[in-house]
Write a protein that binds this ligand. Structure first.
Ligand SMILES: [Fe+2]
Ligand SMILES: [Fe+2]
Length: 183
């Protein structure tokens, strides 16, 4: 690899120059799906089904990479008093994953489908707001190598997306609640 290649880095993941940028881009992508769901006509069950499935997939991959890589790194890097933010994030993920699981049996048009999606999107928006206003700035201040972490996150994300394709869009993430400290 020549110097120029090194400097330009991987071009596979645009707008993801570090871990925070990559995760924020994921947040924006899922918010777009939430907006599209809200705008979908009541009777457009195909659109609602597709949007809900894509949102669940994106959220599952996002939750896995955060729980496997970001949160353990945050636990190691943050001051004791800020670690509560990481544990809260695990609990919020658990709630979101519990609702994602409901979509295994809920079909668009079923009673509760729209309500479950709405509550899930509200939970995610709250969680995203906390990550972006508290956890991410704390991580940035901690001096952790966010570029190196971003490379790991992007690699794991690509791996999971491939698995997702192979599984025909059905990737079962870890839907448990844990407070993993080790990377
Ligand atoms: Fe998260
Ligand atoms: Fe996140």
């Amino acid at each position: 690899m020549n110097t120029k290649d090194k400097e330009s880095g991987s071009t596979d993941a645009p707008a993801a120059s570090d871990a925070v940028a990559l995760l924020k881009a994921d947040h924006r992508a899922v918010e777009k799906l939430f907006d599209a769901f809200e705008k979908a006509a009541d009777g457009d069950l195909d659109a609602k089904g597709t949007l809900a499935r894509r949102a669940c997939e994106e959220l599952t991959v996002h939750a896995i990479i955060e729980e496997e890589l970001l949160y353990p790194a945050a636990h190691r890097a943050l001051e004791k008093q800020d670690e509560i933010d990481v544990d809260e994030a695990y609990v919020e993920h658990y709630l979101v994953k519990t609702l994602i699981e409901k979509f295994d049996s809920l079909r668009p048009g079923d009673d509760g489908f729209d309500a479950t999606f709405k509550v899930m999107s509200e939970l995610v928006k709250h969680h995203v707001e906390e990550e972006e206003s508290e956890l991410f700035p704390e991580l940035r201040e901690s001096g952790v190598d966010l570029v190196a972490l971003g490379v790991k996150l992007a690699a794991r994300k690509n791996e999971l997306i491939k698995k997702l394709d192979a599984a025909g869009s059905k990737l079962v993430g870890d839907r448990s609640l844990s407070f993993t400290r080790a990377a």
